[in-house]
Design a protein around this ligand. Structure first.
Ligand SMILES: CCCCCC/C=C\CCCCCCCC(=O)SCCNC(=O)CCNC(=O)[C@H](O)C(C)(C)COP(=O)(O)OP(=O)(O)OC[C@H]1O[C@@H](n2cnc3c(N)ncnc32)[C@H](O)[C@@H]1OP(=O)(O)O
Length: 320
């Protein structure tokens, strides 16, 4: 489910949890991406932040699958790309098993295939490729868009509190936002354009926000930063498809696939600009593509995803 899916129930409004200090180690590395080894190439992952849809967060499954894949490759190899399909909804009440197949070990590249399994059936199939660092004079990248720095922008939580202060807010929207606040996601988000966030303007399906892991990860383990970025990349990604349709209500939204390419070193606990757009939607599906920029303007990673988007049926006006 995306940020635009609405819940029908009328639960009491929960309290906000206290914010995690920047000095504390990120829960993404102390818990979410810590897998338990059960057998050779077989791991078990815990579930952490659960979206309002009550299906497992796609970013968590991708991040954990990539951790499992990376365990079987040498320290001199780094993930340069991954491709995956979400084939079943993940159940947040039971753990996920990750079964790694060592597809090929070459001199420069290693390919791994990972099946994420619940109740004996795959919920995700992922292929990841790892590459030696091979410098080359062939180098180019687009330029990072010029945007205000994250220090000058409001956090997602502040923006939600601002929207909640509006007197004419629909009760259902209010409940949804309160639940988002109550269930702290282990990443921090600062939208570049707050008006887009509150859906007060209809714009092209393009948005940008600063994003980083909540808490500290530290320098050094690039393999880990890549897995954290994979987690982060699925948050607030597919929702971009809905920016041109503020009046439409989503019944079901779920990522169908996800692909990433890692271009440069970065720290996932430092601010990165996520530049996202949706070039196409149709046939109950939508496509989103994103670029994760280091704040010094280096392109860290590119992402692409197709998702299922089912809208609620329009009300029959003849009965009004
Ligand atoms: C700027 C910053 C702003 C930020 C604000 C942020 C706030 C919040 C952000 C939250 C972000 C959360 C993002 C979360 C994204 C995700 O993590 S999505 C999770 C990952 N993806 C998945 O879980 C998808 C897994 N895959 C599947 O579930 C299946 O592959 C599938 C459902 C897509 C397959 O569909 P299908 O083949 O149709 O499966 P079935 O089993 O047959 O049916 C499933 C249900 O769909 C109903 N259905 C089938 N066909 C239709 C149809 N044509 N029309 C309507 N409905 C259909 C079917 O009846 C089943 O329904 P029930 O389950 O029986 O109710």
């Amino acid at each position: 489910m995306s940020e635009h899916e609405e819940k029908e129930d009328g639960d009491p409004l929960p309290e906000c949890p206290p914010m995690v200090s920047r000095d504390l180690k990120s829960i993404l590395v102390t818990s979410v991406l810590q897998l338990e080894e059960i057998d050779v190439g077989l791991y078990r992952g815990k579930n952490h932040w659960i979206p309002l849809s009550r299906r497992l967060f796609g970013g968590q499954i991708i991040g954990q699958a990539l951790v499992a894949a990376a365990k079987s490759v040498g320290d001199h190899l780094y993930a340069h790309s991954l491709h995956c399909y979400f084939v079943r909804a993940g159940d947040p009440d039971i753990p996920v098993l990750y079964n790694v197949d060592r597809v090929r070990d070459g001199r420069s590249f290693c390919v791994r295939s990972v099946k994420a399994i619940q109740r004996g059936e795959p919920i995700l199939v992922l292929q990841a490729s790892f590459h030696l660092d091979q410098p080359s004079p062939l180098m180019h990248q687009f330029s990072m868009p010029e945007v205000p720095p994250p220090e000058d922008l409001l956090s997602l939580e502040d923006l939600i509190r601002f929207v909640l202060g509006k007197p004419d807010l629909e009760q259902k929207v209010k409940q949804g936002f309160n639940k988002v606040l109550a269930n702290e996601v282990p990443i921090e988000v600062r939208p570049v354009n707050p008006l887009q966030f509150s859906r007060e303007v209809t714009t092209e399906p393009k948005r940008m926000f600063w994003v980083r892991a909540r808490g500290h990860i530290g320098e050094g383990n690039m393999k880990l930063h890549v897995c954290v970025a994979a987690y982060i990349s699925d948050y607030s990604f597919l929702g971009t498809t809905m920016m041109s349709y503020p009046a439409k209500r989503v019944k079901m939204m779920a990522s169908l696939d996800h692909a990433m390419w890692f271009h440069n070193t970065f720290r996932a606990d430092e601010w990165m600009l996520y530049e996202v757009d949706s070039p196409w939607a149709g046939g109950s599906r939508g496509l989103v593509q994103g670029r994760l920029w280091r704040r010094d303007g280096v392109l860290a990673a590119s992402c692409c995803q197709e998702g299922l988007i089912r809208l609620t049926a329009p009300k029959d006006r003849s009965k009004l």
